[in-house]
Design a protein around this ligand. Structure first.
Ligand SMILES: Cc1ncc(COP(=O)(O)O)c(C=O)c1O
Length: 379
């Protein structure tokens, strides 16, 4: 039984989802790449200014497509932050890659660009940059190092749709970028994602890989008179019913972002004095980054203090969660040689980070309760 009166996340419905799903059903096209998928693609391409956006069944699958597109082969090395979701790494390991775990910066919790160059070897075939909480990595430095070594960059932008770095949308820097529309994200269709293709050389093959290794996309556009098996691939495209759901949310993106901005600012303003007094750190957003207000976290002083606060909030019906156990210390990470001490910032932050309830319909009343509960926390 759920004893939480303030959950960590609540999936959001803007109101038009069912009407659009009905429209998709009535159109007679409910498989992939129907009218709503096309509308989502065009909207993302125009808004972000990317040459091609393709909906996928998840961000995980968009990452798997990236690994296929970059022709990752057994023994290739891929540089990834240890502080990330398992899919960032697994997608490349599935192709036989060896993950090379990088530590993160202590301020943004993003891949530490000052350690990047020393991790690059002749076997490095990709660098995956995760924009944690949608706050951009130091992309200028990162892209310049990657460019100097001719290594492609994939942006795992699962958290960062509509975030910007130096005025430019996240997801538009790497040759490929991936988005998530999982129910915990700002904009959702339950499970979903997108691959953003910034380097046009990957567009045609991405369409093939996404359609079971066939040129069915060209066939649907009337560019070939039959379709056939032309490459390796899988089924990475969502049903148009999910695209209809997603389109409804994308249409009200400004409302969603404004709502989340209010939620984020409330926590930040109300908790700042308490945090300063207690040696707790709140999220840091560098001046060159515009964040998409995806999450709000606290960095407590120690693991014990973090666990005690989780328990204290739980006792008041409030669900708070930690995030990301270091991947280099997971069972799989250790199989690739990961050891304690390899990524000290990751190991430290992973013990101390706590995410507060954050969703579009989180009321101010509920936020008052969360803040008061935190103020009443005495270690
Ligand atoms: C950084 C990162 N990448 C990838 C994913 C996977 O996203 P999805 O659930 O859409 O596959 C997540 C999940 O939250 C994530 O946090």
């Amino acid at each position: 039984m759920n004893t939480y009166t303030i959950p960590f996340n609540k999936p959001y419905l803007c109101g038009k989802e069912l009407a659009y799903i009905t429209q998709a059903l009535e159109s007679g096209w409910v498989s992939g790449d129907g009218d709503f998928s096309r509308r989502c693609h065009t909207l993302l391409e125009h808004l972000l200014g990317v040459p091609r956006a393709l909906l996928t069944t998840s961000c995980t699958h968009a990452l798997e497509m990236s690994a296929l597109l970059l022709d990752i082969q057994p023994g290739d090395e891929v540089i990834v932050p240890s502080f990330t979701f398992v899919s960032t790494v697994n997608a490349f390991v599935l192709r036989g890659a060896r993950p090379v775990f990088s530590d993160i910066r202590a301020d943004t919790l993003n891949l530490d660009e000052t350690r990047l160059e020393q991790l690059i070897t002749p076997r490095t075939k990709a660098i995956v940059a995760v924009h944690y909480a949608g706050v951009g990595c130091e992309m200028e430095t990162l892209m310049s190092i990657a460019g100097r070594h001719n290594v492609p960059v994939v942006e795992d932008n699962a958290h960062g749709l509509f975030g910007k770095y130096k005025g430019r949308y996240l997801g538009t820097f790497g040759c490929l970028a991936t988005q998530s529309f999982h129910e915990t994200k700002n904009i959702t269709c339950g499970e979903g994602g997108a691959l953003l293709i910034n380097d046009p050389q990957y567009i045609e093959r991405a369409e093939i890989i996404r359609e079971k290794g066939t040129n069915r996309s060209r066939f649907f556009r009337g560019q070939v008179d039959k379709y056939t098996w032309t490459d390796i691939g899988s089924s990475y495209l969502p049903s148009d019913m999910l695209a209809a759901f997603l389109y409804a949310q994308l249409e009200v993106r400004d409302h969603i972002q404004a709502t989340r901005c209010r939620v984020w600012n409330y926590y930040n303003e109300q908790l700042q004095p308490w945090a300063t007094e207690h040696g707790v750190t709140l999220p840091i957003v560098p001046a060159e980054c515009e964040q998409p207000y995806h999450m709000f976290y606290l960095l407590l002083r120690s693991l014990e203090q973090r666990q005690a606060l989780i328990a204290h909030l739980k006792a008041q019906g409030i669900l708070s969660v930690f995030h990301y156990l270091p991947l280099h210390l997971s069972d799989m990470g250790r199989r690739f040689g990961g050891q304690s001490g390899d990524c000290p910032v990751t190991e430290d932050v992973s013990d101390r980070l706590l995410r507060l309830p954050f969703y579009n319909e989180l009321t101010e009343e509920a936020q008052v309760r969360v803040v008061e509960a935190i103020h009443g926390f005495h270690e």
